[in-house]
Every structure is written in C-alpha cells, then in structure tokens.
Design a protein around this ligand. Structure first.
Ligand SMILES: C[S@@+](CC[C@H](N)C(=O)[O-])C[C@H]1O[C@@H](n2cnc3c(N)ncnc32)[C@H](O)[C@@H]1O
Length: 306
C-alpha cells in the first residue's frame, strides 16, 4: 500500500520564516504526515532535534518515519496529544524550542477516509475526532447538545446564516434516531439550505461541528497563551531566546486569535513579526494544492527576555 499523501502548505515560506540552523530544536505541534518536518530536519545537523506532536497517533507514526528518513543524524521525539499540553511536556522533558510550527486543522488522509467522519461527500460514521481514541464524537454532540448550543456552534464556528433552522431540524431528526452518518447530516443541511453559493451547503455545518468536537479554538488559545507566557522569560521556559513561532490557520476565527496574540507580544516588545503578515500562498500553489487557498501564515521571533 502506498503511504498516505498530504502536500504541505507554504513549504518554502515556512522554511524561510523559521530559518533553521544546525544544532537547533524544531517543535512541530501538528506533525501530520511529516511534510514540513522532513523539509526542516535536514538543516539541523550536526546535532539538532525534531519534536513531533499530533492528536492522531497514526499520523504521528508516519511523521516520525518521514522525519527520520529525511535526516538520519537528527534525534526525533514524538508526543501523542493536544498541542495545548505540549509546552508543559517540553518543560517536563527539559526541552527548549528554537522553532515552533502549528499547521492547524486536518490532514488530507483524515479528510479522505470516510471512517473518520470529516467529509460530507462520502458516507461514514459521524465521528470527526482528530484523536479517535478519546472524546465525544460529532454524533454524540448532535444527540446531546441543547438546541441553543447547536445554534451557537453553527453561528460562531461555521458562520452559518441558517443556524437556527438547521439546529431545529437536527433536534427533530435526533428524536427519530436518524442522524448517525455524514451522509444523513449532509442531506439534512441540504434540505434546509438549498444552495451554498460556490461551496457545498454542508461545508459550514461540517466545519462548525469539527471545530466543536475537537475544541479547536480552545486548543489554539491554550497554545497562544503558553507562547505569551514563555515570551515573558525566554530561556527559562519552553521557548529559547530568539525562537521563531509560525502558525498556519485556515479560517478567520483562528487567524484572528493568532493575529491578536502576536500583536500583543509585539506591542509589549516581547516579539517581532517575521515576513508578510499574513503570508498567503501563490497562485501557482493554490493551483497545484487547492487545500492551500485559505492558508494564512503568521510568524514571530521572540526577543530575548530574561
Ligand atoms: C494540516 S495537518 C499538518 C500537516 C503537516 N504540517 C505536514 O506537513 O504533513 C494538521 C495535523 O494537526 C493535527 N492536529 C490538529 N489539531 C491538533 C491539536 N490541537 N493538537 C495536536 N494535533 C492537532 C491533526 O491531527 C493533523 O494531523
């Protein structure tokens, strides 16, 4: 069987923004299939270390293999878990990052596997967990949340104008036990929203529930808070003096959090911006990798503060 594929977004721009040096430690919060890690790892010898983290244990294993074969001399360490908990892990292990990357969201192999429940175009169980070993599935959320909470999720995380009628329909459908697959949820949305314009009408609903199932904004807030704390005393915590922190987001809710957090650090004189804010893919990249079209990269360099 051929290995799963995921084309890394903004590869040259991320390499440029992180500017790896021999002997440095690269921390990848969202290792995925290891594409970015494999492009950065060869710049780290002699010495150097790659720390890979992912909520998805299968992806993490692929990423470790990919990074090890890209740079045989480099020490590779893996952590399975939420990146919000990664700074604490690094401190416990006595590790300090010179570069941090978070390439948010999901990988192509997660989206294309119907059993994971992320896709509305193929039928599968309504799961949507990035870590299928723990937490509530999308089906359990849809079965248990009060209608008002469903409306909030659809509005806030999906920016869905038809949040109220979709939530009402979900509540009616769940009473009959008829909402356990991605195909059923997609059909339910289509029965309320006839046209989504250029996009499939189910896109916003699926995005909303994926964000809720994985507490994606809460995780990002946790990571950004840990960056802000560490930037106040670099060299003592998990960020080395001069560390570069790069975050790629795929929707405006995430990008707003990153932009505001980085701006706070800059205003306090704790970090400086690196490169265009935000850096977006070229037309050629969007053509070759349509998934990159909404990617926004923001990078800071933390100023030494001890
Ligand atoms: C866009 S992919 C990363 C692709 C990777 N940069 C590459 O080049 O292959 C996002 C990955 O992040 C993981 N992920 C998303 N949110 C996470 C979180 N809060 N903590 C840890 N991993 C997360 C997903 O499981 C997925 O494998």
């Amino acid at each position: 069987m051929s290995p799963p594929q995921h084309i890394p977004v903004l590869p040259a721009e991320i390499l440029d923004a992180l500017s790896p040096n021999p002997g440095e430690t690269y921390v990848d919060c969202t290792a995925g299939l290891g594409g970015h890690a494999a492009s950065i790892a060869p710049h780290l010898p002699p010495g150097g270390r790659v720390v890979l983290n992912d909520l998805d244990a299968i992806n993490l294993a692929h990423a470790i293999g990919h990074a090890e074969s890209a740079a045989p001399g480099v020490e590779v360490t893996g952590f399975h878990g939420n990146f919000a908990a990664l700074p604490g892990q690094l401190v416990r292990e006595g590790l300090q990052a010179d570069m941090v990357l978070a390439d948010l969201g999901f990988a192509s192999n997660q989206m294309s596997d119907p059993a994971r429940g992320f896709a509305f175009s193929t039928d599968g169980p309504l799961d949507m967990r990035l870590d299928p070993s723990r937490g509530m599935t999308a089906r359990e959320l849809l079965e248990t949340l009060p209608e008002a909470e469903l409306v909030r999720i659809l509005r806030e995380y999906g920016e869905e104008k038809a949040a109220r009628p979709i939530a009402r329909k979900i509540v009616a459908a769940r009473a009959e036990g008829s909402i356990s697959t991605t195909g059923q949820l997609a059909a339910l949305v289509r029965s309320v929203v006839r046209s989504g314009g250029a996009i499939n009408p189910a896109t916003r609903t699926f995005q909303a529930f994926r964000i809720a199932v994985n507490d994606e904004l809460g995780s990002l807030e946790g990571l950004l808070a840990a960056v802000e704390r560490a930037a106040r005393s670099t060299g003592e915590g998990w960020l080395a003096a001069g560390a570069r922190v790069a975050i790629v987001s795929f929707h405006s809710l995430e990008d707003r959090l990153v932009k505001q957090s980085f701006a706070r650090l800059e205003q306090r004189g704790l970090a400086e911006m690196v490169g265009e804010q935000p850096t977006v893919p070229s037309e050629a990249e969007v053509h070759d990798n349509p998934r990159s079209r909404s990617a926004k990269l923001r990078t800071i360099r933390v100023i030494a503060n001890t």
